[in-house]
Design a protein around this ligand. Structure first.
Ligand SMILES: Nc1ncnc2c1ncn2[C@@H]1O[C@H](COP(=O)(O)OP(=O)(O)OP(=O)(O)O)[C@@H](O)[C@H]1O
Ligand SMILES: [Mg+2]
Length: 323
């Protein structure tokens, strides 16, 4: 095995493609995951996130391209890599007749060194359920247990596919704590999520996967500033003002109108070029727009903008808006 400690790059994907029959689930995906970062993968259902994680963890073979994780080919299933990379298992991997404590102890026994079992149970919020049988756990409790067995072996690289799915707000906090602790301890995390707030709060960098391709990859702040800086323009117009021209303004992606109780129209225009849209609206005498405002979109605006684009358009929006 190559040197693995002290490397700046924990995982590297080069031109990974994956076909399922004629369907191309991944199309020449390349990126690196750096040591010590929380890296988020977001994208619409069916974009290829799980497939990508499976290629990265050796559960699936890419059709072409190369993957290296901690200096190894993950498909080799090397024992060294098993000690260093932890992938959250499917619920089916749990034994229903074992207790929560026995389950975590069993997983701990797979590793040369591991966290104290009680401490991990406490971290995921399962200390009170320690003696409970796995078969009697609720769905969310079972997910907490999956998280516990994933982190018990002090992994250097933690890989989580939608870890927040089905968790209540308190369990989500436990999850976020676990992920932050992993980073504090110098570990690296790759996770997928459909929760843009989670991606913004937790992730150092985020890749947006759309139809099997990386549409953008950067820090949440830079993605927002480059791809959603001036995401919506709002204004008021008198009753009856004709809004028909708004749709054809450059960069406009959607127009939403609400009629206020005095009969005026409250308008929100979603746009990829807020400054230009704002100037055009202000200059349109027929609109007689007042209360003009631009609001900054968050990562969900980035997601909306990229996810609705055809993949070949990806570069058209990169860098627009500027800082
Ligand atoms: N075993 C398989 N056989 C055939 N097609 C598959 C298989 N697994 C996934 N796919 C297809 O590959 C594409 C990517 O699926 P994948 O599960 O990676 O998406 P995802 O981004 O994880 O979606 P989600 O957000 O719903 O979890 C989808 O079109 C899916 O139908
Ligand atoms: Mg998935």
């Amino acid at each position: 095995m190559e040197a693995i400690v002290g490397d700046d790059i924990v995982a590297s994907l080069v031109e990974i493609s994956k076909h399922y029959g004629t369907r191309k689930a991944l199309d020449a995906v390349s990126f690196d995951i750096r040591n010590g970062e929380v890296f988020g993968l977001i994208g619409p259902n069916g974009a290829g996130k799980t497939t990508l994680l499976e290629c990265l963890t050796g559960l699936r073979h890419p059709s072409s391209g190369s993957v290296r994780v901690l200096g190894c080919d993950p498909a080799s299933r090397s024992p060294e890599l098993r000690q260093l990379m932890a992938v959250q298992p499917q619920e089916a991997a749990l034994f229903p007749q074992l207790t929560v404590l026995e389950t975590v102890e069993l997983w701990a026994s797979f590793y040369d060194s591991h966290e104290p079992v009680d401490e991990v149970l406490d971290r995921v919020g399962l200390l009170e359920e320690a003696a409970q049988r796995v078969r009697a756990l609720s769905g969310g409790q079972a997910r907490r247990l999956l998280l516990a067995v994933t982190v018990i072996g002090r992994p250097r690289f933690l890989v989580l596919d939608e870890p927040a799915a089905g968790l209540d707000p308190q369990a989500k906090e436990h999850l976020w704590d676990v992920i932050r602790k992993q980073r504090e301890a110098g570990g690296t995390v790759l996770l997928t999520t459909h929760d843009m707030n989670e991606a913004t709060e937790l992730c150092d960098r985020v890749a947006v996967l759309v139809a099997g391709r990386i549409a953008a990859c950067d820090t949440p702040a830079r993605l927002v500033s480059e791809l959603a800086a001036t995401n919506s323009v709002t204004f008021m117009t008198p009753a009856g003002a004709d809004l028909g021209s708004l749709d054809s303004l450059p960069g406009v992606t959607a127009v939403e109108v609400e009629v206020t109780h005095e009969g005026r129209q409250s308008v929100r225009v979603r746009t990829l070029n807020g400054d230009l849209t704002l100037r055009r609206i202000a200059a349109d005498e027929q609109l007689a727009a007042t209360d003009l405002d631009i609001s900054k979109g968050g990562l969900d605006a980035v997601f909306r903008n990229l996810a609705t684009m055809h993949p070949h358009q990806e570069t058209a929006h990169t860098g627009e808006g500027g800082e």
